[in-house]
Design a protein around this ligand. Structure first.
Ligand SMILES: Nc1ncnc2c1ncn2[C@@H]1O[C@H](COP(=O)(O)OP(=O)(O)OP(=O)(O)O)[C@@H](O)[C@H]1O
Ligand SMILES: [Mg+2]
Length: 227
């Protein structure tokens, strides 16, 4: 088993059978010891965060697979904090796709002149580049096409898959009286046919969930969702 990437919150290994193994760590992103799902640095270590993230990821990926949406998910081992996935080729050096249901986070920082905090947004989709040095800039479909990162057709597929997956997560949260404000996904091309599949993880660290207008921390979210 060869380590091929050391990420901020997960390490990636190449398995002999051609699949990848994602090892979930207890590191979480944030700034000055305060958790922030949008942050680009590891801000703190929380005991149990890796397993909690993996349990939620398993929960959501199984739902999404069952809905007939392509993902990289193969199986997972909670005790070992790891998950086996199909290897994907990412778009360019990686993009993130955000689905927004209420104005918070970077949307509010960007457009605060025109929108109040927590204003409802109708599953609004945005794409950002994974580029820590440039703070993950927002990018348009025209620029993605022009720079050879994504075709217009692939962009449309991403938007449509994102809305479907977001709706599944939102509905699952609603069953526990939680409201999804925003969520971030990653996609890649999988298999010989290079079909677009959901990759990476879906955990508290990728979304903002609220209960009665109060933000719910990732570990609390995991407990609320899975108990
Ligand atoms: N099926 C897959 N095939 C290839 N790469 C994947 C797959 N699933 C996830 N990845 C990549 O594995 C890495 C996991 O590491 P981690 O989540 O720590 O991310 P990161 O890139 O360091 O930081 P961040 O996600 O916060 O921007 C990410 O780069 C992610 O894009
Ligand atoms: Mg990540």
């Amino acid at each position: 088993m060869k380590k091929i990437y050391e990420g901020k919150t997960k390490d990636v290994f190449d398995l002999e059978n051609g699949n990848y193994l994602l090892k979930f760590k207890d590191d979480v992103t944030g700034v000055d010891g305060v958790f922030d799902p949008g942050a680009n640095e590891v801000g703190l270590r929380i005991e149990g965060a890796g397993k909690a993230g993996l349990k939620l990821t398993k929960f959501f990926f199984e739902k999404i697979n069952n809905a007939g949406i392509a993902t990289h998910y193969v199986d997972c081992n909670i005790d070992e904090s790891n998950m086996t996935v199909l290897p994907a080729r990412v778009f360019g050096e990686g993009v993130e796709v955000i689905c927004r249901y209420r104005a918070v986070g970077s949307f509010l920082r960007r457009y605060g002149k025109y929108v109040k905090e927590a204003t409802p947004l109708d599953a609004y989709v945005e794409v950002t580049l994974k580029d820590d040095d440039r703070n993950d800039p927002l990018i348009t479909d025209d620029a993605l096409d022009m720079l050879g990162i994504l075709t217009k057709e692939e962009y449309a597929t991403l938007v449509s898959m994102t809305k479907k997956i977001g709706a599944i997560v939102k509905e699952e949260l609603a069953k526990k009286e939680l409201e999804l404000y925003d969520i971030k996904f990653e996609f890649g091309r999988v298999g010989e046919d290079a079909h677009i599949a959901l990759i990476d993880e879906i955990s508290g660290g990728n979304m903002r969930a609220y209960k009665n207008g109060e933000y719910v921390e990732p570990l609390t979210l995991e407990k609320m969702m899975l108990s």
